[in-house]
Design a protein around this ligand. Structure first.
Ligand SMILES: Nc1nc2c(ncn2[C@@H]2O[C@H](COP(=O)(O)OP(=O)(O)OP(=O)(O)O)[C@@H](O)[C@H]2O)c(=O)[nH]1
Ligand SMILES: [Zn+2]
Length: 225
């Protein structure tokens, strides 16, 4: 096969978007036909195009260490690091009735985040701290970690990741009393470009009671090292 003429055409036409709603959405920008291809078809396509990238860079794809890389990268993108793009992978968070009427804050801190910068496709590595003050429902603790990890497994910007997590927690827990705090290192800042290994990025979302100074300060105190 001639490596310079891909036989899998790419549909790169931009979709029609409403400029107002597209300016205010916290949704990850996805094409309407984002799930028209199966995961296996996506892996096949990405394998093809990643091989093209490596070939263009001048790498010898007959080398036994390199020849499996296009398929490895494709599998990693679809099945692992970007699996959070597919709503079918969203964790089901089983709710429990708040029979004990717990009405203080619950903080799940130091949730590990591995995400990918959507501008450079290199890792974002950090910690998320999330909290809520329950009303009628509580949720299993691990579901908080799973929700964070689901939204992290997408190409992201940290601001949107923070807001998507907060939005999902509000929906799942049926309360507005939600706090999300993310501190992360962006390898696109550390390992290239400005090459600053010393800086990190903090983003927050405080809603419901967490907009009040008292609750916000209590939360910040719990996550302080
Ligand atoms: N707001 C925001 N910006 C991010 C995030 N991750 C990476 N970026 C920035 O995205 C920007 C992309 O800017 P460009 O100027 O198009 O990219 P670039 O030429 O590679 O820029 P440099 O990184 O400065 O070399 C960079 O400033 C990144 O630091 C994020 O989570 N949030
Ligand atoms: Zn980046």
């Amino acid at each position: 096969m001639d490596k310079l003429t891909p036989n899998i055409p790419l549909d790169l036409e931009p979709e029609e978007t409403d400029p107002i709603s597209s300016n205010t959405s916290i949704e990850t920008p996805l094409r309407p036909d984002a799930f028209a291809l199966s995961d296996a078809e996506k892996i096949e396509r990405i394998t093809f195009y990643f091989r093209e990238i490596m070939h263009t860079l001048g790498l010898d794809l007959t080398d036994d260490s390199l020849q499996g890389t296009p398929h490895r990268v494709a599998k990693m993108y679809v099945n692992e690091v970007f699996r959070g793009l597919n709503p079918e992978n969203k964790p089901q968070a089983k709710l429990f009735e708040n029979r004990y009427a717990y009405n203080q804050m619950l903080v799940e801190r130091d949730i590990t985040i591995y995400s990918y910068c959507e501008h450079h496709f290199v890792p974002i590595i950090g910690k998320a701290h999330v909290a809520y003050i329950p009303e009628n429902n509580v949720v299993g603790l691990s579901k908080l970690n799973r929700i964070v990890q689901y939204f992290a497994k997408r190409p992201q910007v940290q601001e949107r990741l923070t807001m998507q997590i907060a939005d999902e927690l509000k929906n799942v827990l049926h309360t507005q009393n939600v706090a999300v705090y993310i501190e992360a290192d962006h390898l696109c800042v550390m390992s290239r470009g400005v090459n600053d290994v010393g800086s990190s990025t903090i983003t927050t979302e405080f809603t419901g009671l967490f907009q009040e100074d008292k609750y916000r300060q209590e939360f910040l105190q719990y996550i302080r090292k």
